[in-house]
Design a binder for this molecule. Structure first.
Ligand code: AMP
Length: 173
């Protein structure tokens, strides 16, 4: 499937989860038998032969695209989760949201020092989540090679929060 067709499988849901948000719903894409395969192949083609050691999936939709990418590249898969979900010793990062703050966690022993990792999520919006995940992985001694997204909401300018990081997105809105 080409990326133009893939983009047509992302559904806009207005005013979800609250008024004023135009939610990008990936469930029609996942329902299409070729959808996940197309996303995984396109991301894998971009990262093959680049010495990647691990793929980081951000809870929860980053898990959906991150795990098959790790499988396809034949590398480690590391979940970054919301607080209190990971059972072993964790390292955490707290970052500002529009209103309030949020925290993400990763297992302390998730990667060896110097590991080259790709961070995966479904949407790059304001960039806060991806920037926090980058700092968490760098704190563990990882080298963030790229942040990879199914889609980027360019009007929110999330790239400005990731100034020294390669950003790869399949679809730009
Ligand atoms: P941000 O930290 O603003 O870049 O937000 C990124 C996180 O929020 C990602 O994990 C997305 O899944 C989710 N997100 C933000 N905006 C949207 C949107 N318009 N539609 C769907 N998910 C979104």
């Amino acid at each position: 499937m080409d990326l133009d067709r893939l983009a047509l499988l992302i559904r806009d849901v207005t005013d979800f989860p609250k008024a004023g948000i135009n939610f990008k719903d990936i469930t029609p894409l996942l329902q299409d038998p070729e959808g996940l395969r197309t996303v995984t192949r396109a991301m894998a083609d971009n990262f093959r032969d680049r010495g990647i050691n691990g793929v980081i999936g951000i809870e929860s939709r980053g898990f959906i695209f991150g795990a098959p990418l790790a499988y396809e590249l034949g590398v480690s898969y590391i979940p970054v989760r919301k607080p209190g979900k990971l059972p072993h010793k964790t390292r955490s990062v707290t970052y500002a949201l529009e209103y309030g703050e949020d925290t993400l966690e990763v297992h302390e022993d998730a990667i060896p020092k110097g590991a080259r990792v790709v961070i995966v999520d479904d949407v790059l919006a304001t960039g806060g989540t991806a920037a926090a995940t980058c700092s968490l992985l760098r704190d563990l001694g990882g080298e963030v090679v790229s942040c990879s997204f199914l889609m980027e909401l360019s009007f929110l300018d999330g790239r400005q929060k990731l100034p020294d990081t390669e950003i790869f997105s399949l679809i730009t809105f």
